[in-house]
Design a protein around this ligand. Sequence first.
Ligand code: ADP
Ligand code: MG
Length: 467
Amino acid sequence: MEELEISEIITANDPTIAWKACLLKIKENVSMMTYNTWFLPIKPVELNNLTLKVQIPSQFFWEWIDEHFNALINRSITEVLGKDAKLTYIIAEDKSSSEREDNVSANNGSQPISVERQKPKHNIESNLNPRYTFDNFIKGEGNQLARAAAGAISDNPGGTSFNPLFLYGGVGLGKTHLIQAIGNQIVKNYPEKKVIYLSSDIFTVEFVESIQSNKVNEFSNFYRSMDVLIIDDIQFLIGKEKTQDLFFHIFNTLHQSRKQIILSSDKPPKDLKGLDERLISRFQWGLTADIQPPELETRIAILKRKAETYGMAVSNEILEYIASNITSNIRELEGCLIKLLANVSLNSKEITFELAKKTVKEIATDRKATNINIETITKVVCEHLGVAENKIRDKTRKKEIVLARQLAMFLSKELTLSSLKTIGLHFGGRDHSTVIHACNAIEDYKSKDDSFNRIIDELRDKIEFST
Ligand code: ADP
Ligand code: MG
């Protein structure tokens, strides 16, 4: 394309011309691979008053380019359309409801200025993320019951026997996705209904704030006036007795007036030790449904779908490889694809089997770093050495307890990202120098006694296994 004058583009008011002109500038600054991966999938939609609207394949896609190419995009748009130009985008997955603005004239302003949502007939902010829909939720054996119940509730909120719907399952298996999909669907089907989504820790924070500002009644009445109350990760209410008590009353009011309650948790109700019995029994009034990790076919289907949305061309062989190696968590499956995309785009590589292998390995390493915690380490070490767990924090200098403590400190340093200070705090508020001393002592034993290395290897395996 020939160089175009700004005035020509503006008068033409043609988004395609404007975006093409931007692409020319962008192309000069990035590799061909990056250009093809990240910029070609962007489609111009509309040019209006110096605001260029483009369509992006997914929210993730936007976040990625925003993080890596924000300055470049801003510069090119400013060069093409002038300093008052603006870029707005819509997500292809969800054209109507996720529209954000990027003010290009601000030097690095990438904050979304406004988020347009479905338009309910009241002023309640639902907090729902439009990204979570039934359409992009892949069905599988592991989520069959949960998905079916979710669909039934969306068609008839408060009117089924699934009240409350209590959804539980491990991390990254789609609980948040599914309960928000119900919310989004209800907003669509019944714009007059007041739907609200929040996690139980936000609920707790709001409650505490309401106490401080003397507005507990308002707080409570607000939630009692909802038609659909969706609370994520209800397990975080454990140990928060006052919040539980208030929630109990809100629950009763809503349930009596046949309003829909939807809850998620990492465990079934009966295993929520430390939660008020009255709540546990109420949670079982409706339907309790679990989400199990997806089987291989579902994992492949999910990956395929995500690859499509990201506009990635990945061979079936590679998708199958990823799906066979990342088995327990859908967030990780997604993460792997994103990492792969990043590796490809930043290093101008092609998506090869080797690269997929490397990426899967990186994900496994990340998982270790984030999931292993000092509690697990302490537990495993104590079990292994036959030492009572509470003793390890005591002042005692008994030989086997000192050894257990030193081993646990050593492994905490090796296997977690915790600072020496944090590690010390976990072991009876000891100083960071004690942790250093413990690590040195263990290194010393290791160098003198080979069987010690074997014990440490066994412990490491056990810890990774229990995580
Ligand atoms: P949880 O709340 O159980 O920890 P999330 O709902 O946050 O899990 O899911 C993690 C990620 O995996 C999200 O990006 C979600 O969209 C995706 N995901 C989970 N289940 C599915 C599914 N069945 N189909 C498609 N994407 C899924
Ligand atoms: Mg969640």
